[in-house]
Design a protein around this ligand. Structure first.
Ligand SMILES: [Zn+2]
Length: 252
C-alpha cells in the first residue's frame, strides 16, 4: 500500500454484513457537497442513516469511515446482474465533489488516490473489473452519481470498470442514426446482460428510459437525455463482448 488512510473521522451508520457473503462490488459516489467537512457531517449523521467505507477529498486524502467488514449504508435500493441491495456485497467510496449539475470536475490527485485504493481492494477481494460501478448504474431510477465528469475511460487503463474498444470498421456505420424496433430490443438485451438487470425486454417503459440514460451517462455522455442511437447499440454490444471474453478467459 503506497498511500495513507486517515482514521480521523468515523461513522456509526453501519451494521453487520449478512454472514458468508463475499465482497463483490465497489460502488463509486460523489458527495454533492462543497467540501469534506460538510460531507463527513452528512455521512455520520444519526438522522440521515447514510455512510460509506472510504471518502477521498479534493486533495486526494483518503479517510476510512466504516470498517470494510461492516455494511456501510451507501447504495440504498439497488440492483446489478441479479444481485439486490448492493450494500451487503460492496465497498462504497465517496468522492468530495459538488456534483454533475454544478459541472464540477474531479481533481487529478483525487482520482489518482481513488485508483490506488481500488487497485488494493480489487486484489484483496478478487473484485472483477466490471464489478466496479457507479451509484447511477445500480440505482438508475434514483441516482446520477458519480456523474458525467467521472473519468471512467482513464480508470479503465488500470483495469477498473468495464470499457469499450471499438475498431475503425464499426465506426464506419452511421452512428447517430436512431434505432429500429428490433435494434432497440437488441440494445435492451445487451444492457441486461451487462448488468442492468431491471431493464424490460418486452416493452419500452419509464424505467428502461432511465436505464438507457444511466448507460449513456457512464459510457456516452454526449447522448445523455437523448434517444439511443446506433452508437449506443455498438458500444453496448462491444462492452458485452469484452465482458464475455473476460469471463470465458477466467474459466480456462
Ligand atoms: Zn451515491
Amino acid at each position: 500500500m503506497n498511500y495513507v488512510v486517515s482514521n480521523k473521522y468515523k461513522s456509526q451508520n453501519f451494521d453487520n454484513r449478512t454472514k458468508n457473503t463475499k465482497i463483490k462490488y465497489i460502488i463509486i459516489h460523489y458527495t454533492e457537497t462543497k467540501n469534506l467537512t460538510e460531507a463527513i457531517k452528512l455521512l455520520s449523521s444519526s438522522k440521515r442513516k447514510v455512510s460509506c467505507h472510504y471518502i477521498i477529498d479534493t486533495k486526494g486524502k483518503i479517510y476510512n469511515l466504516v470498517q470494510e467488514n461492516k455494511r456501510a449504508w451507501h447504495a440504498g435500493i439497488s440492483s446489478w446482474s441479479g444481485d439486490l441491495n448492493l450494500n451487503n456485497r460492496s465497498i462504497g467510496v465517496e468522492l468530495v465533489n459538488k456534483g454533475e449539475l454544478s459541472k464540477n470536475n474531479y481533481k487529478v490527485k483525487q482520482i489518482d488516490s481513488l485508483i490506488k485504493l481500488i487497485i488494493d481492494l480489487k486484489q484483496k477481494y478478487f473484485i472483477k473489473d466490471w464489478d466496479i460501478l457507479g451509484h447511477s448504474d445500480i440505482a438508475p431510477e434514483r441516482k446520477i452519481d458519480p456523474g458525467i465528469f467521472f473519468p471512467w475511460e482513464k480508470l479503465s487503463n488500470y483495469s477498473i470498470g468495464l470499457w469499450y474498444n471499438l475498431d475503425k470498421e464499426s465506426l464506419k456505420e452511421s452512428l447517430d442514426k436512431g434505432l429500429e424496433k428490433i435494434q432497440l430490443i437488441d440494445l435492451y438485451s445487451c444492457l441486461k446482460q451487462i448488468g442492468y438487470s431491471k431493464i424490460n425486454l418486452k416493452k419500452k417503459n419509464g424505467l428502461n428510459l432511465l436505464i438507457i440514460n444511466s448507460f449513456h451517462r457512464h459510457y456516452i455522455p454526449k447522448l445523455l437525455g437523448k434517444k439511443p442511437t446506433v452508437e449506443s447499440l455498438i458500444v453496448a454490444r462491444n462492452l458485452l463482448k469484452i465482458k464475455k471474453n473476460h469471463i470465458d478467459f477466467s474459466f480456462k
